[in-house]
Design a protein around this ligand. Structure first.
Ligand SMILES: Nc1ncnc2c1ncn2[C@@H]1O[C@H](COP(=O)(O)OP(=O)(O)OP(=O)(O)O)[C@@H](O)[C@H]1O
Length: 273
């Protein structure tokens, strides 16, 4: 069942078009990675799906409802958003920051069930020990996990994550990816994640959208999208792609056009040409 429809969306900040006639249908309970070079329009697409930005033309439907006809709080009950980085300082504790995720469901005040939900999410994310610390005193990686926890506390059917692992060490990157996969598989959440690490996208995604210059240039499962041709065409990078147990692994070799001796030959050991 399709849960998010992006229909012919075009968006520009001024006369420059950032998204050009983008269309995609996303199935419920799927893990979708959006990949592509810097400036391709990945974050802009997420912001349109969350109604932070309004497309010039085209529609975005969540569970068949046009989000641009929904009130802000209604959008927030259906779609949670983890921004690329928090420029905002939250002059409050971690617990209160995560409680902000409950706001679309609250009356005037939080009740015991909301508090329990926040503790449950903090526990799941391994953040209980930080609950009473001030958000703005924490490391970039800790703050990133707290913003993810805030989105989980929102209990939406769709969650948008903009490079949620960019500040995290490898252990925490895997932890976040496993958490998101758990939401998708166990709670039927649909996750759209902007991610630069093609191998993380490969390992976890049901669907990969590869973007360039404001368009989706390839969409499909990891095997069909993460091909040498696509990587060269979209990133300008020559790569080996080695498939193991049905999962493609990408080994970037060199920028196309560099001298052959710049190629990192040793990096190719064990990878098929
Ligand atoms: N507020 C803004 N005003 C004007 N142009 C913007 C604004 N935000 C983004 N852009 C431009 O829109 C284009 C797409 O930006 P976007 O952030 O969507 O790219 P991205 O694919 O997410 O890139 P990255 O991987 O670097 O995060 C870029 O050329 C960027 O400079």
């Amino acid at each position: 069942m399709v849960t998010v429809n992006v229909n012919n969306v075009t968006f520009g900040y001024n006369s420059t078009k950032i998204l050009q006639d983008v269309s995609v249908d996303i199935d419920k309970s799927s893990f979708v990675s959006i990949v592509g070079p810097n400036g391709a329009g990945k974050s802009t697409l997420l912001k349109c799906v969350n109604k932070i930005l309004k497309p010039e033309s085209g529609d975005i439907l969540v569970d068949k409802n046009n989000i641009h006809k929904m009130k802000r709080m209604e959008v927030a009950r259906n779609v949670a958003y983890v921004p690329q980085s928090s420029n905002r300082v939250f002059p409050t504790t971690v617990f209160e920051t995560v409680m902000m995720g409950r706001r679309p469901h609250l009356g005037w005040f939080s009740n015991e069930a909301d508090k329990e939900k926040v503790w449950q999410v903090l526990e799941e994310m391994g953040l209980n020990d930080l609950a009473l610390r001030n958000f703005d005193e924490l490391s970039g990686g800790q703050q990133q996990k707290i913003l993810i926890a805030r989105a989980l506390a929102q209990e939406t059917g769709v969650i948008l994550l903009d490079e949620p692992t960019s500040n995290l060490d490898i252990w925490h990157q895997l932890d976040v990816m496993e958490n998101v996969r758990g939401l998708v598989k166990n709670r039927n959440v649909t996750a759209l994640m902007v991610v630069h690490d093609l191998n993380m996208a490969s390992k976890y995604s049901d669907l990969i959208l590869m973007m360039k210059n404001g368009k989706i240039v390839s969409a499909g499962d990891p095997v069909s999208v993460l091909t040498c041709d696509n990587i060269e065409r979209v990133y300008g990078v020559e790569a080996h792609v080695h498939t193991h147990a049905g999962i493609p692994y990408v080994m970037p070799l060199k920028q196309v056009g560099l001298a052959a001796d710049a190629c990192m030959m040793q990096a190719t050991d064990g990878f098929e040409a």
